[in-house]
Design a protein around this ligand. Structure first.
Ligand SMILES: Cc1ncc(COP(=O)(O)O)c(C=O)c1O
Length: 297
């Protein structure tokens, strides 16, 4: 893909360099916008319907008017995936409130804008090891509508930056010592063979991968508690992992520099993280079966 990929902006397909929005677009002025990120596997959009459903919920919760091309998003995304000719893509879909004078109260006559951009991403490798990350605990300073996927991501970015400054790969956010989620992923802890993850309320994004992981875990006989845990309980867990569209199932090996569970620098991750490893395999296997390749588990 050339740098100047083809994107979609409110009715037009055009090179990214030619796609522009007015300076008074309220997405730019006030971060009034919602979005989704969808992955392809073997060039096929993965879990498109749950992403579209969540986008609709985000529009409803923010009181945003649906753009007139809302029901064409699958066709638009498929066209961009094909035209940009990438082995695998991340499809970024954004709807912003529209352009108008910079008054906070009036939405009258505003026409929402739809932007769809595709980015290259990793190809799916069924044999790849479960990925891992280190995290640092960072206060969750977001608002109380984290179940709405808005483009207002400064708190997530700031948390990630804080974690980097602390020497970790990313942040594990907590609200008053209750772990909520990662900056772009949901968080799970495992203790005595049971899974724990924050309930799907207004303090976390209701991750599509989170729902899949919970279902796969339950189908395979594991107990999943949608119960919030404290930072201390996460630090004391046997295993911790993240889930997300781009994260898949990613083991968390350290929190605040402290090894999680039986993890040590030279260990085989699959041995010390047996349940996360299984969930990684179930997840990979599910994708493998969806794209028609041999299953690994
Ligand atoms: C804050 C946050 N939590 C969780 C997730 C994971 O959600 P999903 O599994 O739907 O990608 C994301 C994904 O972007 C996110 O931004």
């Amino acid at each position: 893909m050339s740098q100047d990929s083809i994107c979609y902006l409110s009715g037009k397909y055009l090179p990214k360099s030619q796609a522009t929005l007015p300076v008074e677009e309220r997405g730019l002025l006030f971060a009034e916008g919602v979005y989704e990120v969808v992955r392809t596997y073997a060039g096929q959009l993965y879990e498109m319907q749950p992403h579209l459903d969540r986008l609709q919920r985000s529009l409803n919760k923010t009181g945003m008017t649906a753009p007139k091309d809302l029901d064409q998003l699958t066709a638009i995304s498929e066209k961009l995936v094909a035209e940009n000719n990438l082995p695998e893509s991340l499809v970024y879909i954004q709807i912003t409130r529209g352009a108008g004078p910079r008054t906070v109260r009036s939405y009258e006559g505003l026409v929402p804008n739809t932007l769809v951009v595709v980015y290259p991403t990793t190809t799916f490798d069924e044999a790849a090891d479960m990925p891992s990350k280190t995290l640092a605990l960072v206060p969750d300073i977001r608002w109380h509508m984290c179940d709405t996927k808005t483009i207002m991501l400064m708190p997530n970015i700031a948390a990630g930056n804080q974690a980097t400054a602390l020497g970790a790969d990313d942040a594990l956010m907590h609200r008053n010592k209750i772990v909520t989620e990662g900056t772009a992923a949901n968080a799970f802890a495992i203790k005595n063979g049971e899974l724990f993850t924050h309930p799907a309320d207004n303090h976390i994004l209701h991750g599509i991968t989170r729902a899949t992981v919970i279902r796969l875990a339950r189908e395979n006989g594991f107990t999943v508690n949608e119960t919030a845990l404290t930072t201390e309980q996460f630090l004391d867990a046997d295993e911790v992992f993240l889930s997300g569209t781009t994260t898949h199932v990613t083991a968390v090996t350290k929190i605040d520099g402290q090894n999680v569970g039986a993890y040590t620098e030279n260990c085989a991750l699959a041995d010390v993280y047996p349940i996360a490893q299984k969930l990684h395999e179930f997840f990979v296997s599910r994708i493998g079966s969806l794209i028609g390749s041999p299953q690994t588990a």
